[in-house]
Design a protein around this ligand. Structure first.
Ligand code: PMP
Ligand code: GLN
Length: 398
């Protein structure tokens, strides 16, 4: 038989699926794949349930139901002062995953360069490559994950069409600063590029850190495609409802990409999300406050066990350096062993890098879990560290 598509044949199954399957196999507490173990707001779920029963179950409009497009526009104004026409500048997609692909499809031609920042979310690189575009990778380095400005500037050139970047950032928990965003904006303007802004964790920031959409910076309104996700904002990751806000000049291509990918997104879920985006400020504040408490609980526990815990300013994730525990192997071996022996699952951070020279001593833990689950996971880790104390783990400790 003739070979199938080379790029997909060469792409592995996503690390999130691999580690979740391993967690099930070993009865491990799954702190790998980032999903809350609690449900989203009841009124949002009730609204979607009611919407299933009121006779609007056929294809919704291509760009999304009017209720949700209106709610996305209102949310943009309320939180960021972004004015967007709900009828011409908002597109609803089946999750941010689809939104990212649709935005890349909208602007990239084969041969165009697209700047990406490592560590990166797992769908970015395969999609850029599938489109025949050329990725230009710029790496942030732990533990500070600072933007390497000279390297970023050097990655832009005459062939650069777009930059795709993520703030608050998975897996680093980094929230880009106003100064970093201004630097990126200047490069985008200078090189006449577009920006695909993955802002799915926009409401999940801590310690007073505020998310700033790149779109709000001078000159960026027409160049940015800003992506949000109901999965993250309402703790309903299985719903897969995403939304793009972009200039009306970009909408036709983004909408045509969406039309070729999924065409529409379930109308009932869209109507539930519309109710969610209109929720009062207390909801959005409560979301980040409660997550911050979970982060603190997890970070404290991991630090007590000896992990090197990196700071997290936003997202669902804590990145940890496991070398202080004395483990000798790489992150893939560590996460596998942790699942098999400690019965706790984490994600090896090398999964977020394109090449083998990535730092390989970090594991990512998701803390979007109930307190009892966080405590149970920490207890398992504590027992595991103690049980291995006389063996490999202390071998290189200190
Ligand atoms: N971008 C990032 C950085 C993510 O962590 C995720 C995780 N789900 C997504 C995009 C995808 O979002 P969705 O589930 O809405 O497709
Ligand atoms: N965004 C989630 C994470 O980083 C996973 C989403 C998925 O499984 N595709 O854990």
């Amino acid at each position: 038989m003739k070979p199938q598509n080379d790029l997909l044949s060469a792409t592995g199954t996503t690390i999130f699926t691999v580690m979740s399957a391993l967690a099930v196999q070993h009865g491990a507490i799954n702190l790998g794949q980032g999903f809350p173990d609690y449900d989203g707001p009841e009124d949002v779920i009730e609204a979607a349930a009611a919407a299933l029963k009121d006779g609007r179950n056929q294809y919704p409009p291509l760009t999304g139901v009017p209720e949700l497009r209106g709610a996305v526009a209102a949310h943009n104004r309320r939180f960021y002062g972004i004015e967007a026409d709900p009828n011409a500048e908002v597109i609803v997609t089946s999750g941010a995953t689809e939104a990212i692909t649709a935005c890349l499809m909208a602007v990239l031609n084969p041969g165009d360069e697209c700047v990406l920042i490592e560590p990166l979310y797992d769908t970015y690189l395969p999609v850029v490559r599938m489109l025949g575009a050329v990725p230009r990778l710029v790496r942030l380095s732990p533990p500070k994950w600072e933007l390497p400005r000279a390297e970023l500037a050097a990655a832009f050139g005459p062939k650069t069409k777009a930059i795709l970047f993520n703030t608050p950032m998975n897996p680093t928990g980094k929230v880009f600063t106003a100064a970093e965003l201004a630097f990126i904006a200047e490069l985008i303007a200078r090189h006449d590029c577009y920006a695909i802004c993955d802002e799915v964790y926009e409401h999940l920031t801590f310690d007073g850190w505020k998310h700033i959409p790149l779109m709000t910076l001078p000159g960026m309104r027409e160049r940015c495609m800003r992506i949000g996700s109901a999965g993250k904002t309402f703790s309903l990751t299985g719903w897969k409802v995403g939304y793009i806000t972009c200039d009306r000049s970009l909408t036709p291509n983004v909408a045509k990409a969406h039309q070729n990918l999924t065409f529409t997104t379930p109308p009932n879920l869209q109507r539930g999300v519309a109710v969610g985006l209109a929720k009062d400020d207390a909801y959005f504040e409560g979301l980040s406050t409660s997550l911050q408490a979970r982060r603190d609980r997890m970070a404290r526990g991991l630090a007590e066990l000896g992990f090197g815990v990196l700071p997290t300013q936003g997202s669902y994730f804590i990145t940890t350096d496991f070398r202080p525990l004395g483990f000798k192997g790489d992150d893939v071996a560590f996460c596998r062993l942790l699942t098999e022996e400690a019965k706790v699952t984490a994600i090896p951070v090398t999964a977020f890098y394109a090449s083998a020279d990535a730092p390989n001593h970090y594991a990512r833990f998701a803390f979007c879990k109930g307190e009892a689950v966080i405590d149970a996971a920490l207890e398992r880790l504590r027992n595991w560290v103690a049980s291995r104390g006389g063996r490999q783990l202390t071998a290189v400790a200190g």
